[in-house]
Every structure is written in C-alpha cells, then in structure tokens.
Design a protein around this ligand. Sequence first.
Ligand SMILES: *Cc1c(COP(=O)(O)O)cnc(C)c1O
Length: 392
Amino acid sequence: MDRFIPLSIPNFEGNEKKYVDDALDQGWVSTGGAYITKLEQELAKFLRTDNVAACQSGTAALHLSLAEAGVNPGDVVLVPPLTFIAAVNPVKYRFATPVFIDCDDSLCMDPVKLRDFCEQECDFADGTLRWQDKPVKAVVVVHVFGNLADMEAVMDVAERYNLKVIEDATEALGSRWTEGRFAGKYAGTAGDFGCFSFNGNKIITTGGGGAVTARDPKTVDHLRFLSTQAKTDPHYYIHDEVGYNYRMTNLQAALGVAQMEELPDFIGRKQRNYERYRAAFEGFSLAELLPFREGTESNKWFYSLCLDRSRIDAPLKEIILALREKGIESRPIWGLINEQLPYREEEAYRLEKAPYYAARVINIPSSTQITEEEIDYVADEVKRLLKGLCHG
Ligand SMILES: *Cc1c(COP(=O)(O)O)cnc(C)c1O
C-alpha cells in the first residue's frame, strides 16, 4: 500500500461519537441545547476566563468582535498581510478599510512597525487616531500557527492610541505566555477580544465552529446576544439591534465537548512531534524549522520550514509536488492578502518580512496521529529532496 502522510487531519479517539449520538437522541440538533453551554463552560475553564460564547466559525467570531468593537463603515483596522484571509475579510464585511502591517520573524504582527505606522503616518488628537482623516479603531493580531505575537508590545501601542485589540487565536487554542506581563494567560485572553476556530484542521474541531471571548464578561453576553439574532424579547420578536445567525449548533458542540476532553493530550502530542522534527532538522543548513517565541508555551499547531533561498531557488510548488510523490502532504504558507484581488488597492505599510517568508515557508505534516517513524520519514525525504535541488 502506498504511504500517505496528511498535513493535518482531525482526531476522534475520544467520546465524539457518544456525545453526538446523545445530542441526536435528545433531539437537540440546532442552536439550543446543553452541549453548547457545556462547551462554553469548558472553554472558559480551560482559558481561565469568565465567559465564552460559542459560534458558527472563527470568521463569525471575528465579525462579531469587529461589530462589538464599534468598527463602522469608513473606519480603519490594522491587519496582517501573511495569514489566512478569514482574519481580514470581516473588516470588509463592516465596510471598513484594512491597512496591512508587516510581520516580524515570529510571522506575527511586528509591534515596532505597528507603532511606527501610528506615530508617523497617523494623527492623534482628542483620543482618536486618524489615518487619511479616517478613524483607526482596531487592530487584528493573529497568533500564526500557534506562535504567540508579542502582545506586550502590541498592547502598549494599542493602549497609547485607544485601539481595540482583536486576537485572532483561531490557530492558538492552548498557547500561553510563561513570562512577562501576560504570564499565565492564554492566547485570546490578553487583548480586548479573542477569537477561536474549530474548523477541520484546527487543534480541536467541531466540523465547523468557533468561539469568542472578551475582557469584560458582559461584553461576551452581548456578543452571544448578537449571535442569536439580537432578541430583546424572544417571545414577542422584539429586536433593538441588528443581530446575526452565528450561534453554534448543539451537534457541533457535542463534538466540541468531546474534543475539549482531549485538548491537553493533543497539545502534548503536537509539542512532542515538534521536538522530534526539531532534532531531525538540527544542523541542516538548507532549511530551518521555525522556532516558537521564547517566554511562551505554544500549542505548536503547525510546523514551518523556511528554505535557504541563497541555495534553493525551486518554487514552493515544485517542492510540494515532489513531496507528494513521496506520499507527504505539505502546503505553501499563504499568498499575501494585500496581493489578492479584493485587497490590491489597500495600503500595505513597509512590508518586508511578510513577502520574505511568503516566498520560502512550507508547512509539513503535523496531525496529532502522526507516528515517530512517519516524522523521521518526512524529515529524511525533505532533506534528500532539498539536497538534490541545492546549488552552490
Ligand atoms: C482558521 C482561521 C480563521 C477562520 O476560522 P473559520 O472557523 O474557518 O471561519 C481565521 N483566521 C485564521 C488565522 C485561521 O487560521
């Protein structure tokens, strides 16, 4: 049988079937039911926060956060160029204007360029930051691949300029700081809002789904209210605000409750698998396995290999296809969002690192089920391939 090692697949080794069957048996399949509340409680306990609202997707969590943050048509939101496009699209749903801020070597937003943009390109008066006369309201910070952004520095800038901070923690459930101002805090609980995703390839999955939290528990209540059609009076159909149909279903939540039981184990596996890859690529000069930030304990969701472009000029696509021949699924890091058709006219501020990494990072298999033997095989095949493509 031919070997195939997938990039990232879900893991249902626990109570998934049991809980989903139970939800079906009870007849609670839609946006009401005990599993939704249970999942919210389990998430809040895990994240050591007071209140979490479950919703339809990570994208919905981001959309709700921007609405709650008061981002309105014509406002500006500072966003990353090198991430999954769902981190940025909700800015357009609000008819706001994104401005792209570069990443640093962690692939997350560079707080120095963020500060420079606010300081040098904007005006700050009467507590409002303005760029080209438009109010700058918020910043979306993504913890890319589970690696935490430099939130301490980001929050310093945000606090100085009255910006709301939305943490896109969709890839970082379980990553936490171990040092500094946020020591002991989890991704998604350092900023004003934290967004999570339980899509198929995330560290836990509900098929599709997400969650949102906020610093103030009352804000989370309001986010939940907005996600359920903003029913001011549910019996007489009174709605004083425009709501959304963004609530998670009980079927999804049943899957989520089972996945939450396994989350600590999943994180442990991801961390051990990363260590094995790290040892395998130690001293290999044609590609570097990118590290995770010091002073943090990452969930190590996804692994990134960064090619030495002075000696390997093969396009990422060629490398990915060659690995596929060997039964190894890999993928290129994302194309830059500011280069996608709907975003080409938007401001991209001093991008240097984002295009640098976009041209040289591929992700290698990181499922929780991957075996040690498979990791060794992937590392050997990647090394063999890159040696063959190397010049000079
Ligand atoms: C997965 C992901 C999202 C969106 O989550 P969905 O649940 O798929 O809507 C947003 N941002 C980033 C960085 C992601 O990786």
